[in-house]
Write a protein that binds this ligand. Structure first.
Ligand code: C2E
Ligand code: CA
Ligand code: CA
Ligand code: CA
Length: 278
């Protein structure tokens, strides 16, 4: 049947499109980048909106290709997922990010680092083993780490994802639902997986000041999340107006260009320790 599938493909797609070729080329270059460790990680500060204090950071993958351009992870994460490379890359990222985290916790004892985890990884115990090993190696407690997963992770195979979540909770690792409000079945999954934090997607934050609808949504999400005893993080905060509005609404944490851009670890000596006294 496989063979026939291949023949069928050849019959109906005699020439590869420009787009497909570009994708294949990119996948190949990416494979090399992974092998040669040409991926790096940037960190974006996260602040408490109650105290203004730096509370931690989100790790964001970066890839500088052979032409010297920075490629957004939004463009290459899907390729890593399709080619099965997301697992080794996540392992690498864990090791790298936790060694930075270890250093930061010497200056800020409560510093928490958030890592993005693909839906695919949430289906597999490998992630749990990998997290456990990295925490041990860097002598870090689970609370120092937060894993961000999107709602999609729960939809694929809720039972498997549920198992992985339970195991991660056993390690005391925090869980956050990322891009909240952009997926499906949000409420069921919120209840079932009981994350520590919920991240309001940037698109709502962007619309909030001018669109009464978006503003009402953000307000409602904050109330809902608080009523479930979880904390709210607003991402993509770009203006002081947005920050003040979120503060009035009781949002717990903020992240965005207004507070600090994603930057390499070396640049962290210049990070603002408190948003309010700056
Ligand atoms: P995300 O998790 O929603 O990450 C936030 C994205 O918004 C980041 O884009 C960040 O640079 C950007 N951003 C932060 N503040 C602002 C702001 O104020 N305004 C605007 N316009 N953008 C802001 P980035 O770094 O390009 O990452 C894109 C997506 O790639 C992430 O979205 C995440 O889903 C994924 N990703 C990044 N790193 C990893 C990783 O290590 N593993 C996995 N599985 N996915 C990752
Ligand atoms: Ca994220
Ligand atoms: Ca997000
Ligand atoms: Ca987002």
């Amino acid at each position: 049947a496989k063979r026939q599938g291949r023949d069928t493909l050849q019959t109906y797609t005699p020439v590869l499109s420009e787009q497909t070729l570009a994708k294949v080329r990119m996948a190949k270059e990416l494979r090399l980048a992974v092998q040669q460790a040409a991926l790096t990680v940037f960190y974006q500060p996260v602040y408490s909106l109650h105290t203004g204090r730096l509370s931690g950071a989100e790790a964001l993958l970066r890839w500088r290709n052979q032409a010297g351009e920075w490629i957004s992870p939004a463009d290459f994460i899907p390729l890593l997922e399709e080619s099965g490379q997301i697992v080794p890359v996540t392992d690498w990222l864990l090791g790298r990010a936790l060694s930075h985290l270890r250093t930061w916790r010497q200056s800020w004892p409560d510093f928490r680092l958030a890592l993005n985890i693909s839906a695919i990884s949430m289906q597999d115990r490998h992630l749990v083993n990998s997290v456990e090993r990295s925490l041990l190696r860097h002598r870090l407690e689970g609370q120092a780490l937060e894993l961000e997963v999107t709602e999609t992770a729960f939809i694929r195979d809720p039972d498997k994802a549920s198992l992985v979540c339970d195991e991660l909770k056993r390690l005391a690792v925090d869980l956050a639902v990322d891009d909240f409000g952009t997926g499906y079945s949000s409420l069921i999954y919120l209840k079932r997986f009981a994350p520590d934090r919920v991240k309001i997607d940037r698109s709502f934050v962007a619309g909030m000041v001018n669109s009464p609808g978006d503003q009402a949504l953000v307000r409602a999400i904050i109330e809902l999340v608080h009523s479930l005893n979880m904390k709210v993080v607003a991402e993509g905060v770009e203006t002081q107006e947005q920050l003040q509005l979120l503060q009035q609404m009781g949002c717990d944490y903020v992240q965005g260009y207004y507070c600090g851009r994603p930057q390499p670890e070396e640049a962290w000596v210049n990070v603002v320790p408190n948003l309010f006294t700056h």
